[in-house]
Ligand binder design. Sequence first.
Ligand code: SAM
Length: 249
Amino acid sequence: MRPEYARGVSEHADTGRARFAETAEAVGRRSDERAAEFARRIRRLVSPTGEERALDSGSGTGALAFALAAFVREVVAVEIVPELLAEGRRRAAAYANVTFVDADATRLPFADAEFDVAGTLSVVHHVPRPELLLAELVRVTRPGGTVLVADQVAPADPLAALELNRFERARDPSHTRVLSDADLRGLFDVNGLVLVRAELEEERRELAPYLDCAGCGGEARERTLALAPGAESYVATIGWYVLRRPAPA
Ligand SMILES: C[S@@+](CC[C@H](N)C(=O)[O-])C[C@H]1O[C@@H](n2cnc3c(N)ncnc32)[C@H](O)[C@@H]1O
């Protein structure tokens, strides 16, 4: 079978839709649990003035959108799975400045330079063509604006990265590929972005709840546990990258 990252975009979207449709409520609960932590981090990393129009690309139920909402003028959240959009819109009823839009993050329905801040949280490893996700984020960010990319980071050792991706794909068939720090920096470079800040942090993941939240049960669970990097838990590296789209000289 072809690996997920080599499959077509629509084929992959169907896998993602099925996986997230089943777990939309759990994804929302998980976002709620981490909302305060994300808000603190976003404020520290992005230092918003309060005037920004911001984008959360591949928003799920809106973890990044709601973290930004208190600090910026307006947030637009883009998501492709209807069940996640519905869950996000339900949550957005409590916010006057967050709107959810049904769209593909790799073909955004926005004009060039519409946003002051454009971010994506845990989406790079879910798209077959991460270079399109990045290119679109950059296109819709105004020159001088901020791009935020956060996701799990693969080990530099290609064999270790291969094993990690095999495990993650067994847990969640819509997983494509976790990129390494070097891969991500390469993507930032080809898009002309200037790296302002990078923070790598370790996150311990208990396997049982981690598999539960992807709806990984039955035979798939057995297969996934056999590939797991640890017996009961494993430590993932999460990268937070703050980048600037340079203004013309
Ligand atoms: C791991 S989830 C992260 C969701 C959210 N950003 C968060 O951190 O809670 C990955 C998200 O990317 C979305 N996604 C994947 N491909 C997409 C695409 N082409 N356009 C829009 N959303 C996409 C999925 O539907 C899912 O909501």
